[in-house]
Design a protein around this ligand. Structure first.
Ligand SMILES: *Cc1c(COP(=O)(O)O)cnc(C)c1O
Length: 403
């Protein structure tokens, strides 16, 4: 029995079945590589779902976390600590001066904070929310109510919230749905879990204008797109749009759990004392990790790298002209490789057998979201391996090429 098989049996016996049985048991990582429990090495092009922005074991992150854990790991919100102040100051500097920050532990909690914030700001008479079909905003009840994937939302309703879904990218449908009785519009600037799906050009600007015209809050969920993933600090900046509320998580902590809900303008100060809180939110270790992530993105020029190597990745995949690849979409180091049919799971498996982690985000789409520290040589190594991976997937071949 392999170490992986044994761990899977223990996993199945001890953990709830909500994730199924993951096919790979990771033991450790180094740079852009991860190792499984049987010692196999993989080039990591998933980064724990766009989270491990600095890869694995980056010295800046390791030092920040170790030093902070040694100094003080937890304070609760009864006491402030300098790391949370520094992080909020850094985010304000990156986002524009009038922003204010609430720190949470995850993406879904950042969206729960955003929901409460917009309810606080909206006042009576704004009774419903608008979100997009196929959107993903998280798994807790409020965020789930806004999530446009029926299969994961419907079994757990009703949520006590009136949420109206519109097709993503359709500005006319959005305009028709948003009135002066709407509390807020929640959108992703590119839909991540739907398969890294960008909207048509100008959609976010139209959404902003629709919210301005009706007084609805414009909430952008940049939990997956933010913090350098696309080659910009935040994707809304590239679009020249400022939301009322912005949510962040995933890449922000580089692997440590942290989320942020950022309010702009009146939304910066809509919470009154006592309105919201979290015991762990903004804990010193996660804040120290996030500061290391932001410093390293800046210090190592990772925004430019994401833009440049993301373009190279997309260009090389497209240039293969492989019949299984229909198109490559997305921005920076955040790509959806759209296949000519529902072969994504087979591509994911074939890639793993050859030592590459990619993610079948949708039946016909493979998501590629490597650490932002990936090198040109690693991108080229992957694109050179891709024809063989696609050939394995096309044949449904499940032989082991890696060992
Ligand atoms: C991952 C994700 C979330 C949820 O984040 P969790 O940390 O898993 O709760 C919300 N919105 C978007 C866009 C995401 O990609």
């Amino acid at each position: 029995m392999s170490a992986t098989t044994e761990l899977q049996a223990r996993f199945d016996a001890a953990l709830m079945p909500n994730y199924g049985t993951p096919p790979i048991a990771l033991s450790h990582g180094e740079g852009r590589h991860v190792y499984d429990a049987d010692g196999n090495r993989y080039l990591d092009l998933v980064a724990g779902i766009a989270v491990s922005a600095l890869g694995h074991g980056h010295p800046a992150l390791v030092k920040a976390v170790a030093d902070q854990a040694a100094a003080i790991a937890h304070t609760s919100n009864l006491y402030l600590h300098e790391r949370e102040v520094e992080l909020a100051e850094r985010l304000r500097a990156l986002l524009g001066g009038d922003a204010k920050v609430f720190l949470a532990n995850s993406g879904t909690e950042a969206n729960e904070a955003a929901l409460k914030l917009v309810k606080r700001a909206a006042g009576p008479g704004r009774g419903y929310f608008v979100a997009a079909a196929a959107a993903f905003h998280g798994r807790t009840s409020g965020a789930l109510a806004l999530t446009g994937k029926d299969a994961i939302r419907e079994p757990f309703g009703p949520f006590g919230m009136d949420v109206r879904f519109v097709p993503y990218g359709d500005a006319d449908a959005l305009r028709a749905a948003v009135t002066d009785s709407c509390a807020a519009v929640f959108l992703e600037p590119v839909q991540g879990e739907a398969g890294v799906v960008p909207p048509p050009a100008g959609y976010l600007r139209e959404a902003r204008a629709i919210c301005d015209a009706t007084g609805a809050a414009f909430v952008l969920d940049e939990i997956q797109s933010g913090v350098g993933r696309t080659g910009h600090w935040f994707l809304h900046q590239a679009e020249g749009v400022v939301p009322d509320v912005l949510t962040l998580a995933k890449g922000l902590g580089g692997g440590l759990p942290i989320g942020a809900c950022v309010g702009f303008g009146d939304y910066a100060t809509a919470f009154a004392k006592g309105d919201h809180g979290s015991t762990f939110g903004g804990n010193p270790v996660s804040c120290a990790a996030a500061l290391a992530v932001l410093d390293t993105i800046e210090g190592e020029g990772l925004l430019d790298r994401a833009a440049e190597l993301g373009a190279l990745l997309a260009e090389r995949i497209t240039a293969l002209g492989h019949p299984l690849v229909a198109s490559v979409r997305g921005a920076g180091l955040w790509r959806g490789v759209v296949l000519d049919g529902p072969a994504a799971a087979r591509v994911q498996d074939a890639a793993a057998r050859r030592g590459y982690l990619v993610n079948a985000v949708a039946p016909d789409t493979v998501r590629i979201a490597p650490p932002l520290t990936i090198t040109r040589a690693e991108v080229l190594e992957f694109t050179a391996a891709l024809p063989a991976i696609l050939a394995d997937a096309a044949e449904g071949d499940d032989g082991d090429r890696r060992r």
